[in-house]
Design a protein around this ligand. Structure first.
Ligand code: GRG
Length: 331
């Protein structure tokens, strides 16, 4: 995926701690040397939204909240996320990430792969220091899902007959699992009740799913506003990834017929893409995808009611609002 850096979620009570996280990550990059330092610094410090460590810190917000204790775990979550982006950029042959040239573009594929692998190991090296088996079990499971999700995405590329279930399984694995574990780890490291940990995990899963649906909606947004912002669209289809708007679009027989004709040609030109996205907006696929997005946002909001703590409730609600505000098509 190629994208411009986007803004962070503003949560007043977390502002000083997000600053500390930035300092921690920056200091971490200084411990590296050579190409590793150059590449990791360039990717990790290039302005990601930090949404996963933000969720982690919100979920850790109870009477046991201790930012110095939590910082390494918050950093480890951003580090594994960054590792996955580096690998994803190799697969997608992306030129830019967080507004900077990707590692495989600046160096080569092998270098990028090893930088991603190295960061992957660092997540566990950091988390091992907590000497809490649950933390390692949860993160290992999420890491396994990340890879499995990407693997399933590869296996189902260009498959026009995939259904909603295949899509939702894939996005749970490649996206929601990391949101979920971020919330769970926040709960565990702040010694929260089992009930809160379970509910925060559910929140993470629902909000992660809505986040990915939103991402998929943004990729088919050919509205004037989106064109003015200069966001590239149609990237998923170019990569052969069949996202929810297309799954719903294919239910329309006219769209299915037309798109099959265009796809028969093999590679997609920009005008093919524009045509397909234009045709998609003539079906009810965008509306149906938007409804699904809200279904998950509302499930996330409902779970908030069952989670203890006013700051947690406020923070998690802000995350929902921020995701709702980030897409014109979701509105
Ligand atoms: C080596 C850990 C590891 C994984 C390899 C390639 C792969 C397996 C997984 C890729 C998973 C992936 C990139 C899913 C997409 C998730 C997504 C929507 C990413 C964008 O996240 P943002 O918007 O990005 O939070 P910023 O830049 O703000 O952090």
């Amino acid at each position: 995926m190629t994208q411009k850096p986007e803004s962070k979620i503003e949560i007043d009570f977390l502002k000083p701690d997000i600053k500390k996280l930035e300092m921690y990550l920056s200091a971490y990059t200084e411990t590296l040397d050579g190409i590793l330092k150059d590449t990791v610094k360039n990717t990790l410090m290039a302005g990601g939204k930090r949404i996963r460590p933000t969720l982690f810190l919100i979920c850790a917000r109870n009477k046991n909240y201790d930012i110095d204790y939590l910082l390494p775990a918050a950093a480890s979550i951003e580090i594994i996320h960054t590792a996955s982006l580096i690998h994803d950029d190799i697969i997608d042959k992306s030129i830019l990430r967080r507004g900077k040239r990707t590692i495989h573009q600046t160096y080569d594929k092998d270098t990028a792969k090893f930088v991603g692998d190295y960061l992957f190991t660092q997540t566990f090296a950091i988390l091992n220091n907590y000497q809490d088996t649950r933390i390692n079990i949860e993160m290992s499971e999420a890491a396994g899902f990340l890879v499995k999700g990407e693997f399933n995405q590869l296996r189902t590329k260009k498959d026009l007959y995939q259904n909603e279930k295949i899509y939702f399984d894939k996005i749970f694995e490649k996206t929601s699992s990391l949101f979920k574990v971020s919330c769970i780890l926040g709960g565990i490291l702040s010694k929260s009740s089992d009930k809160d940990i379970k509910n925060m995990g559910r929140f993470g899963e629902y909000i992660g799913t809505s986040f990915q649906i939103n991402d998929d909606l943004i990729d088919v947004d050919i509205s004037e506003t989106s064109i003015l912002v200069g966001k590239p669209v149609g990237n998923d289809l170019k990569q052969g990834d069949i996202t929810l708007p297309f799954i719903y679009g294919f239910e329309d027989i006219r769209f299915r017929r037309e798109i099959k004709q265009i796809l028969k040609k093999g590679s997609l030109s920009d005008s093919d893409l524009q045509k397909i996205l234009g045709l998609l907006t003539e079906t009810d696929a965008i509306k149906k995808t938007r409804d699904k997005f809200y279904e998950y946002i509302n499930m996330a909001k409902d779970v908030i009611e069952d989670i203890d703590g006013e700051e947690r409730k406020e923070g998690l609600l802000k995350v929902c609002e921020s995701i709702m505000n980030s897409s014109r098509l979701a509105k």
